[in-house]
Design a protein around this ligand. Structure first.
Ligand SMILES: *[C@@H]1O[C@H](CO)[C@@H](O)[C@H](O)[C@H]1NC(C)=O
Ligand SMILES: *[C@@H]1O[C@H](CO)[C@@H](O)[C@H](O)[C@H]1NC(C)=O
Ligand SMILES: *[C@@H]1O[C@H](CO)[C@@H](O)[C@H](O)[C@H]1NC(C)=O
Ligand SMILES: *[C@@H]1O[C@H](CO)[C@@H](O)[C@H](O)[C@H]1NC(C)=O
Length: 789
């Protein structure tokens, strides 16, 4: 405890009503006079009821809190005027803290506090006092209530609810602008003394901020505080009780004050001139570069809008503001040309979008810079004088005629010479050519509108010293019509006239076509090539004409067909004409003029039959023919089937035996003697397609007696060969008796003969015997079947 505090306590002690002098006297109820504070009047149900509260002269004791003495603190004394001082009375205390915190001397009525009391814990203690006769134990005084009030001392310092406050204030605020209010609380009794009277002062943060001593409101204290110079301030505020007097207790708090941005800075271009370059070939929309103005402010106060406000290229360039980077992007607006202009100057302005009128006095919130744009030269491809060319040319022009000329120039300042060429893919027939030096297109093949009316070419122009950089241009060549085609019949006319036709009868309406395409449309004239007594032509003047008979009495026996040459001409220049011939057949007709029959020629192709019917008839004939051919083929195949399975096999056999029929000339083949005496040719019987392992000695078969029936002979031979090991392994006997196509016997197959067991009559062999070609040698070749060998 400091000297100051001791002194203060002493002062207090003297100044406060001393509890030692407080004495509480019991008085008779009758003696008690109503005190002003004890009289209460209340209105209940319209009547005024007066209640008399009995009171004490001293019904309050005062006790100082935070007593630090070693003995019990004396509070006061109860005393009854019935007390004679002979000790017959006994004082009793009850209520808050009676007997523990507050004790009473039952003889003297002195009240003491047993320990230190904190007002901030409990400021009032309500107790009851009683005085009884010690002997009779009767109360000599009625029980009475009193209060021990704890007197405050300044034992609590002011405190702030927050250790650190955060607050903000716009920069450039006028002096005295309220920033924030801080309030400290003091636990001491505000109703008593100055212990709870707080005064604020600023310990740190001057000279920028001040605090109102009574309220704790922090205000700005300096004019033109600039966020751009300093943004954060730390202010320390002290709260001191005792009205801020010496000896008062104090607490502090920190207030972090941030200056918020206002738009008090204009945008500024760092450079007064900016140089940009752009190749002349850059297309519209190409970004050339960017400009950026800086703004010391932040957020939307730094937002800038860029504009081109002046210069000689205002229509050539655009500037757009890029929001995220706050840059002005300069782009190409119109195609540039180095040869036309090489340098542009733009005046670009940057202006704040959110301007605060309060700061207009600081100057305009915009800035300008000069942007110089240099256009760079690029080697550009040639440029044609037109985007496309259309040449019209008559189809009859002479070869080599110039049909038109394309022109191109090099846009570069060097202006190098240009070469022209034709894209051959657009002129596959190589009808055109171009003079590479001057772009004149000429024909190298004759033109024909009737083949192709358009020739859409592509001409390439390239600089001679930079052939890769080429430009193309479409060239449309339209071929104009020249009357170079004669009209002709639209179809082939094949008509007829009835024998009973009368003069002036219409037999055919004819029309014509012309490949040419004159501007005014086609106009045809029809006439007969020569005067004809039999027919006449009547021009309908609508590009058709009628063929009429000129007389009656046509007879197909006299003349079956008239050929009527008709001259068709057009009216274009030069006039083209042709002669078409009408074939008029004479036919017999019924009375209504329906054709009945024409001559023999007409029968084949009856004029009355439609092509459809003709086709049907033709189809029928073809189908019939096919059926006939198939039938014949089937028959032929059935005959041969068991004999010839494969032509290949037969040929093999023939080749291996190397033995063929000699035909009529082969005299030996017709020698029936050989047939009857096989010994003569036995040596030829060896198989030649195998190497004989053991030399096979040919058997001698007994000669057949002359009178032996041929059937027996064949049977015998057959048996012989069946058992012959040297015979071919496969059944080549199949061809044994094949006579060939012209044979009456058709087949003499051993297989058949074996199954039919002699049903067959072989008598014919005697008759036809000589025609068998070496039957004994197993093969026979018919006269006309030579191709089988
Ligand atoms: C207050 O300001 C100080 C110093 O500028 C800083 O370190 C601290 O974090 C701030 N406190 C708050 C709550 O903003
Ligand atoms: C182009 O050159 C050719 C041949 O040298 C010439 O015949 C033609 O007339 C020229 N064309 C023009 C338009 O001068
Ligand atoms: C050529 O061009 C003309 C005009 O554009 C067009 O009418 C024609 O169909 C084209 N011909 C061919 C073959 O492309
Ligand atoms: C006209 O018909 C007659 C008789 O049928 C014939 O003799 C004559 O040659 C025909 N004239 C012509 C030009 O065909």
């Amino acid at each position: 405890m400091t000297i100051q505090q001791v002194l203060l306590l002493l002062l207090l002690w003297m100044w406060l009503p001393h509890p030692c002098h407080t004495e509480m006297l019991f008085r008779r109820t009758s003696d008690l006079r109503p005190k002003s504070f004890g009289a209460h009047a209340s209105r209940i149900d319209g009547k005024t009821i007066h209640r008399q509260k009995r009171g004490w002269m001293w019904n309050q004791f005062f006790l100082l809190e935070e007593y630090t003495g070693s003995d019990y603190q004396y509070v006061g004394k109860l005393h009854s005027d019935q007390d004679k001082g002979d000790g017959s009375l006994k004082y009793i205390l009850s209520g808050d803290g009676a007997g523990t915190l507050f004790i009473i001397d039952e003889k003297t009525g002195d009240i003491h506090a047993t320990r230190r009391i904190d007002r901030e814990e409990k400021a009032f203690y309500t107790l009851r006092a009683q005085a009884i006769n010690r002997r009779t134990l009767r109360p000599v005084e009625p029980e009475s209530e009193f209060v021990i009030k704890i007197h405050d001392i300044n034992d609590n310092e002011p405190t702030f609810p927050e250790e650190i406050y955060s607050a903000s204030v716009p920069e450039m605020s006028v002096v005295g602008t309220s920033v924030v209010q801080v309030t400290a609380t003091d636990a001491d009794d505000p109703s008593y003394g100055n212990s709870a009277r707080v005064i604020y002062s600023i310990l740190q943060g001057q000279p920028y901020f001040s605090v109102e001593p009574e309220t704790g409101i922090i205000r700005t204290a300096l004019p033109n505080m600039n966020r751009e110079n300093r943004e954060q301030y730390q202010v320390v505020i002290q709260a001191k009780d005792m009205g801020g007097q010496m000896g008062g207790l104090s607490g502090t708090t920190t207030v972090n004050i941030t200056l918020t941005d206002v738009n008090d800075n204009p945008p500024r271009f760092p450079q007064s001139t900016i140089h940009l370059r752009i190749p002349e070939s850059s297309p519209v929309g190409t970004v050339i570069g960017s400009v950026k103005a800086t703004d010391a402010d932040t957020g939307k106060n730094a937002e800038v809008e860029y504009r081109i406000i002046d210069g000689d290229g205002t229509d050539m360039f655009d500037i757009v503001t890029q929001k995220d980077t706050q840059e002005g992007i300069i782009t190409v607006r119109k195609p540039l040309d180095y040869e036309t202009r090489r340098l542009y100057t733009l005046k670009v302005e940057a202006e704040n979008t959110h301007v605060d009128p309060r700061f207009y006095y600081l100057g305009p919130f915009k800035d300008t810079t000069i942007v110089k744009i240099s256009v760079e030269d690029v080697d550009e491809p040639p440029i044609f004088s037109r985007s496309s060319y259309l040449f019209e040319v008559h189809e009859d022009i002479e070869l080599g005629t110039i049909i038109g000329t394309v022109m191109a120039r090099d846009p570069d300042s060097a202006s190098s010479p240009i070469r022209f060429s034709l894209d051959r893919h657009t002129d596959l027939d190589r009808i055109f050519n171009i003079h590479s030096g001057n772009g004149s297109i000429y024909t190298s093949k004759p033109l024909d509108r009737e083949i192709s009316q358009w020739h859409n070419l592509s001409v390439i122009a390239a600089e001679i010293n930079n052939p890769k950089d080429a430009t193309r241009v479409p060239v449309y060549v339209r071929i104009l019509d020249v009357n170079d085609n004669a009209p002709e019949f639209a179809v082939f006319y094949d008509t007829f006239v009835c024998e009973n036709a009368r003069a002036g009868q219409l037999i055919q309406t004819i029309s014509a076509v012309d490949k040419d395409d004159p501007l005014g449309g086609q106009k045809f004239f029809f006439s007969l090539a020569a005067v004809n007594p039999n027919f006449t032509v009547q021009d309908n003047e609508d590009n058709t004409a009628r063929i009429l008979t000129r007389r009656n009495g046509f007879s197909r026996h006299e003349i079956s067909t008239y050929l009527l040459p008709v001259v068709i001409s057009d009216n274009d220049y030069p006039i083209q004409s042709s002669t078409g011939t009408l074939t008029i057949r004479v036919c017999a007709c019924d009375s209504r003029g329906n054709m009945q029959s024409c001559n023999a020629e007409a029968l084949l192709l009856p004029a009355g039959l439609s092509t459809g019917a003709l086709v049907a008839i033709l189809l029928c004939i073809i189908i019939l023919l096919v059926i006939v051919v198939l039938f014949a083929a089937l028959k032929r195949q059935r005959k041969k089937e068991p004999l010839i399975l494969s032509k290949e096999d037969i040929r093999d056999n023939i080749v291996s035996y190397n033995d063929e029929g000699g035909g009529e000339e082969d005299t030996q083949a017709f020698d029936i003697g050989t047939l009857r005496n096989p010994a003569a040719i036995e040596d030829k019987k060896l198989r030649r397609d195998i190497i004989p392992e053991t030399l096979f000695i040919p058997r001698r078969t007994p000669s057949v007696p002359d009178n032996t029936d041929v059937r027996d002979f064949i049977n015998q031979r057959l048996k012989e060969h069946d058992t012959d090991p040297s015979a071919p392994p496969y059944d080549s006997l199949a061809t044994y008796a094949y006579e060939g196509n012209d044979s009456i016997a058709e087949s003499l197959s051993s297989l058949e003969s074996a199954t039919t067991e002699g049903d067959q009559n072989y008598d014919y062999l005697r008759e036809w015997g000589p025609r068998f070609n070496k039957l004994a040698e197993m093969y026979g070749g018919g006269e006309s079947d030579k191709d089988t060998s």
